[in-house]
Design a protein. Structure first.
Length: 168
């Protein structure tokens, strides 16, 4: 038995610890769940519902691809955040809704590309632009995201690389 054979040897052996507490329902390939419902490939779910590919979604629902989201809902790729909803690629933020590509924001709503700010509405790049202009630009960005995902299913932007020159 050599190193190259190890994967074949350990494949049938369980490689995650399915610890469960409370009432759990339909938790598939999840480890460490407490009161979780309809979760797929998550770890440390605490009172989470309809989550997938996430680590520690606590009191959250419809969280996909995130890490350490608390009291949040309808989020994709959101990290270390509290009380956020309808957000995409958001990191270290709280009390925010409708944000895209935002970091360290507080009480920011319907905004994109905002960093280290508080109390903004309809903002792009930390500047409030008004509802009409925001919706116009948001529609362009959402269309571009959809086109990328439908085209080759290769979406390379994230909150961690959106400002980098060489992300493609």
């Amino acid at each position: 038995l050599g190193i190259s054979d190890i994967c074949d040897f350990i494949e049938p052996v369980a490689y995650l610890s399915p610890e469960e507490e409370g009432q759990n329902k339909n938790t598939i390939e999840c480890s460490s769940v407490w009161g979780a419902t309809d979760c797929f490939r998550c770890s440390r779910v605490y009172e989470g519902k309809n989550c997938a590919y996430s680590f520690w979604p606590r009191n959250s629902e419809y969280v996909f691809g995130g890490d350490s989201t608390r009291n949040s809902s309808f989020c994709i790729n959101c990290y270390n955040s509290f009380k956020i909803a309808r957000c995409f690629e958001v990191d270290t933020s709280q009390n925010c809704t409708g944000c895209y590509f935002c970091h360290n924001c507080e009480n920011v709503h319907d905004s994109m590309f905002c960093f280290n700010v508080k109390n903004l509405h309809y903002a792009i790049g930390n500047v409030e632009v008004g509802k009409e202009k925001f919706l116009e630009i948001k529609n362009l960005i959402v269309k571009q995201i959809n086109d990328k995902l439908e085209g080759n299913n290769d979406f390379k932007w994230s909150i961690y690389n959106i400002g980098c020159k060489d992300r493609d």
